[in-house]
Design a protein around this ligand. Structure first.
Ligand SMILES: [Zn+2]
Length: 152
């Protein structure tokens, strides 16, 4: 799971969700399919930030359950977690803790810098790049950017 494919329409949708939630953080699920080499985003499901906070987000257990049920009905998996920062698009220490529990693609959008970054806790936490093709591919840098997480 080293590449995330996402459409530019989906990216605009995510940016819209983030801007609508200001000054608070927003969150959404990325639904789609995982293969051994790729996470393919097929749908974006906006979620409610139960904390209504500019520095954190959480999703209520009821909403989580509902989201997983809807995804299952659609024949999709929850392949990624999106949230926005009114600041730098880098994972906070809380994000890092939750990335460990949810080893899917984490996409963070900065409303101040208008920038997407994606991280994966696969073998290690690596940053994923974005491009703006009609069907963008976020190629994994496999950079040495290790955020102190261990292999799962
Ligand atoms: Zn965060």
């Amino acid at each position: 799971m080293s590449i995330v494919s996402v459409t530019s329409v989906q990216l605009s949708q995510l940016a819209g969700i983030a801007k609508k939630s200001l000054p608070n953080e927003s969150c959404a699920f990325l639904l789609g399919k995982n293969s051994s080499s790729e996470s393919l985003v097929l749908d974006v499901m906006p979620m409610r930030n139960a904390e209504s906070s500019p520095v954190s987000f959480s999703i209520s257990p009821e909403e989580l359950l509902k989201a997983y049920n809807v995804a299952e009905e659609m024949g999709h998996d929850v392949i990624g977690i999106f949230h926005s920062h009114p600041g730098r698009p880098t994972p906070s220490s809380t994000d890092i803790r939750f990335m460990e529990l949810n080893p899917v693609v984490w996409v963070i959008y900065s409303t101040t810098e208008n920038e997407f970054k994606a991280f994966i806790n696969d073998v290690q936490v690596t940053e994923v790049a974005t491009s703006s093709d009609s069907y963008s591919r976020w190629a994994n840098y496999f950079s040495s950017r290790v955020l102190g997480l261990i292999n799962l």
